[in-house]
Ligand binder design. Structure first.
Ligand SMILES: *Cc1c(COP(=O)(O)O)cnc(C)c1O
Length: 395
């Protein structure tokens, strides 16, 4: 064995050996802190959806390998959802692929579409699996940094930077809106500029829209696939985890043209082949819930956002109020701090709360250094207690 001379993990993945989430969650347990680090709800989704899963299990639907593309009921429900929400017509038989969460959708898409040496332009800070999947595909990531705009209280895309990042080796643009961790929802103007660039440079676009139903205030979720020239070059990724508060079920999906779906399925069949059989039937029912469900879910998260952002501001943070997702990014410099890592490692002892340093989502670590992310997808009583504890910082 040569484990000391040469670690086991290969060079492509060496930089992804450990994640901050494990360290911070362990710290939360050890110190009895409130964990606002990892983004999962602390209450389950709708009772009728849970019952639908139980029914499927009992009726023997999905207990054996479901069809490779996903069960027809779910593919039909996904197509109906895209039509009802966005006027997007997708064929449930040839243009929908069910995956093991958005995580597998991202992996399969990148493994299917990229050649070694291709460049992927992605918005930084980014969801941690993007960098790892680009690396597994042997491709190179080219980050375009979302810049904080304190006046507008949001992170914004610099369209010139985006244009400059595209080279002859660029194969695809990887977009995420609503955006984790900044809470930015890309505007129609920004998305139109992305679409024009993709058409001009003949690029594929992969768009992670798992927070499509968590959009607040005046913000509007515009699926990239609805913009001119985009339907044929866009892979859209969705997930039931965030929308229905069943993150453990791992039901996600891809919608795209038949050619793109076929390519993604070629990679997907050798990752999990299929997954989540009975849950697929339950998610089909969930997607057909009336608008009242989606409106109430959004209203609940909006109230939680307002509770946590107000508390963070009172505790002395500078707050980038999110227009979408269930995360809020803060700037710790008003607290006299500048290193998010050190701040997050000390926060459990200082205040009994766990958060995540945004720098872990950056290649340009220094650009993310003063930012810290909190999740607000928690019970109101938990958020209230967190806010009380954080006020100790204002001292
Ligand atoms: C949570 C999340 C995912 C993963 O979704 P799953 O369906 O749980 O695999 C993908 N992208 C973003 C931006 C997320 O926040």
């Amino acid at each position: 064995m040569t484990s000391t001379a040469r670690p086991f993990l290969n060079r492509r993945l060496a930089e992804f050996g450990t994640t901050i989430f494990a360290e911070m969650s362990a710290l939360a347990v050890r110190t009895g802190s409130i964990n606002l680090g990892q983004g999962f709800p602390d209450t389950d989704g709708p009772e009728e959806v849970r019952e639908a899963a139980v029914r499927a299990l009992r009726d023997g639907r999905g207990n054996q390998y479901p069809p490779g593309p996903g069960v027809p009921e779910l593919r039909t429900a996904i197509a109906a959802h895209q039509a009802r929400r966005y006027g997007l017509a997708v064929d449930p038989d040839t243009e929908v692929l069910v995956t093991a969460g958005a995580t597998e959708a991202i992996a399969a898409t990148l493994l299917a579409l990229l050649e070694p040496g291709d460049e992927v332009v992605a918005l930084e800070p980014y969801y941690d699996s993007y960098a790892a999947c680009i690396a597994m595909a042997g491709a190179t990531r080219v980050p375009v940094t979302l810049r904080p705009d304190p006046e507008q209280a949001r992170f914004r895309l610099d369209l010139d930077e985006l244009r400059d990042a595209v080279t002859d080796r660029t194969r695809l643009l990887l977009v995420n809106t609503p955006h984790n961790p900044t809470g930015t929802v890309l505007t129609r103007e920004e998305l139109t500029a992305i679409a024009e660039l993709a058409v001009e440079r003949d690029l594929l676009v992969v768009t992670d829209e798992v927070y499509e139903h968590l959009v607040f205030d005046e913000a509007e979720h515009v699926p990239l696939a609805t913009l001119p020239g985009m339907r044929e070059r866009t892979v859209t990724i969705g997930s039931a985890g965030k929308t229905f508060s069943f993150t453990g079920w791992k039901v996600g999906w891809v919608t795209a043209t038949p050619g793109l779906v076929t390519a993604v399925r070629s990679a997907k069949q050798f990752l999990t082949y299929v997954s989540s059989g009975p849950f697929q039937y339950a998610v089909a029912e969930a997607l057909a819930l009336p608008d009242t469900y989606f409106d109430a879910f959004r209203a609940d998260m909006l109230a939680k956002r307002d509770l946590l952002t107000a508390g963070l501001a009172e505790a002395g943070f500078s707050v980038y109020r999110p227009a979408g997702t269930y995360f809020v990014t803060t700037d710790i410099r008003p607290l006299g701090e500048s290193d998010g890592f050190a701040f997050c490692r000390a926060l459990p002892e200082r205040a009994g709360v766990v958060a995540i340093p945004n720098a872990v989502f950056y290649d340009h670590r220094e650009a993310g250094a003063p930012f810290v992310r909190f999740a607000f997808c928690k019970r109101t009583s938990v958020l209230e207690e967190a806010v009380t504890r954080l006020k100790a910082l204002a001292g």
